[in-house]
Design a protein around this ligand. Sequence first.
Ligand SMILES: O=c1[nH]c(=O)c2[nH]c(=O)[nH]c2[nH]1
Length: 313
Amino acid sequence: MADRPEPARAARTAVLGPNQYGKAETRVLKVTRDGAVHHVRDLNVSVALSGDMDEAHYSGSNAHVLPTDTAKNTVYAFAREHGIDSPEAFAVRLARHFTDSREAIRRARVRVEEYAWERIDVSSPARHSFARRGRETRVAQVTRDGEGFEVLGGLTDLVVMNTTDSEFRGYAKDAYTTLQEDGDRILATEVSARWRYGWTGAAGAEPPAWDASYEQAVRHLLTAFADTYSHSLQQTLYAMGARVVEHRPEIEEIRFSLPNKHHFRVDLESFGLTNDAADGAVYFAADRPYGLIEATVLRPGADARIPDDTTTR
Ligand SMILES: O=c1[nH]c(=O)c2[nH]c(=O)[nH]c2[nH]1
């Protein structure tokens, strides 16, 4: 092997900044058999490690570099050895393993997407046949560093619509404003949300029941979307977040990124047709551009820690 030159630190003209590495998008399907009845969990797992990796970049020393291939293998081995109880529990287990197993790894971030399958219950008996449930993708992100765990739950791609009880009026206007006030419009969005759990892995603190917490958080944000008479998507966003924080004590903050999927009433006057919301209108579903409404809703006293770009499109 050729000698590698060791650049002297003082002579460096460029300095390494923040860095991380790992294996992205390891797809793992775990089947659990309960007699003839099967259960599945289908995940996409991305691991990012950081710590004492300066020499890997400066001199090419791989002494501290646990291969990304090993990260992938660990995902598969852990799924087999420990099963997958929930995306959050699986990510906590992996993050703990990477940071505990090697001193050079000081921080591990594990991101998980879960694709949901539901039983095909027309088959009889419904034991091992599943159809992919298309509604939303569940996401989890666990970061472990010297201070403990940070667990984010959430979802993407949850498309929802209210066909009335939504208006947008009384907004600021200037020389460029052409938008007409609308007292009965469609409100549609594709919810992307991340929520942060209060649990940090402190000794003696029981982790939340992750699956139940996820289901209830989704139920609350959907209930608020459906039940809120909307003056704007901003107000609806707050109502959704407030309902989650009020009903789920294990959740400290929730951040939303909500594209306003505009639906405009088509002008049918030239054809002698009216097109009023009140008697069932026809809308043009616009693709781009879209309004993008983003905000965090917090439990009073909580810190806003979910980064801006976690949910941003
Ligand atoms: O709910 C809305 N919020 C806005 O800020 C906005 N702006 C706009 O043009 N339409 C809407 N709708």
